[in-house]
Design a protein around this ligand. Structure first.
Ligand code: ZN
Length: 388
């Protein structure tokens, strides 16, 4: 099922641009009419592109339009957090066809977690049984080295250090596998929805992490470790600086992470074990939980003010389990960012919680997976496996 390079270029163009006529394809690519026709024949024969109705031309003669077939295959998606994994099967346009959620304990090590992910993906009630998977994407709550998908010195992922996830999980799923950091996946999901080329997503759950989209791309840094907001130093105003899970003291996460809030509420005599217990108290309106979350918002705000000064994003989006705190969390962020960043950087800056906090990671991973599967060096393998 070999596809020529030119035909592969045409598939990528139609996926990115939406339906186009032959003439529009010619204008966008500079290809001669005969070249457009032969490449269209090729992608139509491979069933990667379909006719999408027609448009009335200037002389009244309808011109056929062609679009990328989002039902030509499916994507397997696993958005794995510290305590739960969301699994989904999506079409090639990122639409969720089936999904489920299973509990995981990320610190239990790769074997039980990847077993649970594989089994849950295998048992998804697929509504697109006929369409074979093209690629898979998994996000994990730790630093992911790119492009090899290796986990490097993760603070909470005991037993995962040095693991090249594609080598272990890819063969079990039977498709090429992309690995991403969880906050990066969510940041990309927000980008695909809002269209903003510059945004920062802060995931506040058990821990704290950030994903950065800059100039329309995920900002990864040299090795994939960019966005580690949770382990930046929080200016302390107390004598005993709290110890962080990473082994250092005074990290943002050691004040503002769900685990740190749970620790502090326990010290106040409340029965709190997990971030889920914290959100339950918030929902019930417990004043001590609200006070702790507001304090967490101020710590996050002090750190994000520096982020805003450095990156000048259009949006700061707060997601993760503690995003349910809403304004209790956002007010401290707003206050610090407004006080410390330049007016030019804050004038049109939006600070909000995610509108789809539970699904935005899946959205981001699906969009990344299809772009990745269509890359020139990968598309041949993807089609060969999907067609076999
Ligand atoms: Zn830390």
């Amino acid at each position: 099922m070999r596809l020529s390079d030119g035909a592969a270029d045409l598939v990528r163009l139609l996926r990115a641009a939406g339906p186009l006529t032959r003439a529009e394809i010619g204008v966008r690519t500079g290809w001669a009419r005969a070249t457009v026709n032969s490449r269209l024949d090729e992608v139509l024969e491979h069933r990667l592109v379909a006719e999408a109705g027609s448009e009335n031309g200037a002389r009244g003669r309808p011109a056929a339009r062609f679009e990328f077939r989002s039902d030509a295959g499916t994507l397997l998606i696993a958005d794995v957090g510290a305590s739960a994994a969301r699994l989904a099967q999506c079409d090639l346009g990122g639409r969720i066809l089936a999904q489920s959620q299973v509990p995981v304990v990320i610190g239990a090590g790769p074997e039980p977690v990847l077993d649970a992910v594989t089994e849950a993906l295998d048992t998804l009630p697929s509504r697109a049984a006929a369409a074979r998977p093209w690629a898979a994407a998994i996000s994990l709550p730790g630093p992911v080295e790119q492009p090899n998908g290796r986990i490097v010195s993760p603070p909470i992922m005991t037993g995962w250090d040095g693991l090249e996830v594609p080598a272990v999980l890819g063969p079990r799923l039977g498709v090429p596998l992309l690995v991403e950091n969880d906050a990066n996946a969510m940041a990309w999901g927000e980008h695909t929805v809002s269209g903003y080329a510059d945004l920062v997503l802060v995931k506040v759950g058990t821990g704290v992490g950030a994903g950065i989209v800059a100039n329309g791309s995920i900002l990864r840094g040299a090795r994939g470790a960019a966005g580690d907001l949770g382990h930046t130093y929080a200016p302390a105003d107390e004598a005993d600086v709290p110890l962080c899970r990473c082994g250092k003291a005074g990290c943002v996460e050691a004040y503002a992470g769900g685990w740190a809030i749970a620790r502090d509420l326990t010290a106040e005599g409340l029965d709190v074990e997990s971030v889920g217990d914290v959100t339950a108290l918030l929902t019930a309106g417990e004043p001590r939980a609200i006070a702790r979350v507001r304090a967490a918002g101020r710590v996050l705000g002090a750190s994000l003010a520096q982020t805003v000064s450095l990156l000048n994003p259009s949006e700061i989006v707060v997601a993760g389990q503690l995003a349910v705190a809403g304004e209790h969390l956002l007010s401290g962020i707003r206050e610090h960012v407004a006080a410390r960043s330049l007016p030019l950087a804050t004038r049109s800056l939006s600070i909000r919680t995610s509108e789809r906090p539970n699904e935005v990671g899946v959205t981001g991973l699906a969009d990344q997976a299809i772009r990745w599967a269509l890359e020139p060096e990968r598309l041949g393998e993807v089609l060969e496996r999907a067609g076999g």
